[in-house]
Unconditional design. Structure first.
Length: 341
């Protein structure tokens, strides 16, 4: 905590509160003593008129009254009356702030600090300060809207902020609204450690389970990323082979671009066939049949495929079947090109 001297801790304000009480106590004691003197004097005068006492006794009685000390009852009565009169004045002084300014190395805006401590309700925040006897400061300049911390900030200690009897909620509310109420960073860190809720065994188990789920999701994400990279590499290789074959057959660039829907179906088909096939398994009819089945899984590509083939039937051209066989490698059956009609 930032070290404060006596003036910064509000010695003037505390002295004023004590002084008010003492002055009121002395004033009321004097008034009570005056009334008591009048009462006993009047009683002695009545006794003198009635002939109960003589003039000499009356004179001595007045001397005794003048020199008599206050009784215990009078002292207690005076104290209670003084408290009743002085308390409102002392309470009113609690709303003032006469402490000397101090410079905090770092401060946290009060409302932001309370939110971090799990005390978001304004009426609970004042009780929290009193319960934990947390020193609060009133900054000379307010925190900006986006600013929750400040360094080298000039502020006054709110002397009675921790005092249940003397602190005023309206002082808290006014300075919270102005964003001038704040906590010293050391006090904030200490109370944050103090009120931190211990994590139960069940919460530890839940955290461990969530960590495992996160590891599993991360591993799956890496695997999918590797699969995507592999498929992109295979697609690039197929495109290269495709371009080479089309160039050899003297096909135009437009036809290569138009055949792209066929490869959108063929790439996942070839990937699946590689995963499920064995050497020499796939014949030309099997490739044709596999393409038709794969196309059923991509209805959004059906129109584009028929437009590319320029036919309502799904009959792949020989060059495309040859490119697919080349992509399958040793999984394609041995044999030449299919006879042309």
């Amino acid at each position: 905590m930032t070290r404060l001297n006596a003036f910064q801790r509000g010695i003037f304000q505390k002295f004023f509160s004590i002084a008010v009480y003492v002055i009121c106590l002395l004033a009321i004691a004097r008034i009570a003593d005056w009334f008591e003197t009048i009462h006993f004097t009047n009683t002695a005068k009545k006794a003198l008129r009635d002939g109960v006492i003589t003039q000499d006794i009356f004179s001595k009685f007045l001397e005794v009254i003048a020199s008599a000390d206050s009784t215990i009852y009078l002292i207690l009565s005076v104290a209670v009356m003084a408290a009743c009169i002085a308390w409102p004045i002392i309470k009113l002084s609690g709303k003032l702030n006469w402490t000397f300014v101090t410079t905090l190395p770092k401060a946290v805006e009060f409302r932001a600090a309370m939110t971090e401590l799990g005390v978001p309700e304004p009426f609970e925040q004042v009780d929290f300060v009193r319960k934990h006897e947390l020193p609060v400061f009133i900054a000379r300049t307010p925190f900006r809207a986006e600013e929750n911390e400040k360094t080298e900030i000039e502020a006054h200690l709110y002397v009675f902020g921790r005092n249940l009897a003397m602190s005023a909620r309206d002082v808290f509310e006014r300075n919270i609204g102005r964003r001038t109420l704040c906590l010293d960073i050391d006090d904030y860190e200490n109370i944050r450690q103090k009120v931190r809720t211990p994590i139960s065994a069940n919460e530890f188990a839940l955290l461990a389970e969530k960590d495992k789920e996160l590891e599993s999701i991360t591993a799956e994400s890496l695997r999918q990323k590797a699969d995507i990279t592999r498929l992109m590499d295979e697609n690039k290789a197929l495109q290269t082979q495709f371009n080479a074959m089309k160039a050899r057959e003297g096909k135009g660039i437009k036809e290569l671009r138009d055949a792209f829907p066929l490869w959108q179906v063929a790439v996942p088909m070839i990937t699946r066939m590689k995963a499920e096939g064995r050497p020499g398994q796939y014949t030309r009819p099997m490739i044709q049949e596999a393409f038709s089945k794969e196309l059923e899984q991509h209805p959004e590509l059906r129109e584009a495929v028929h437009a590319t083939l320029d036919s309502d039937e799904v009959k792949l051209p020989d060059w495309f079947v040859d490119a697919t066989r080349l992509a399958l490698g040793n999984l394609a059956s041995k044999g030449g090109r299919s006879p042309k009609a």
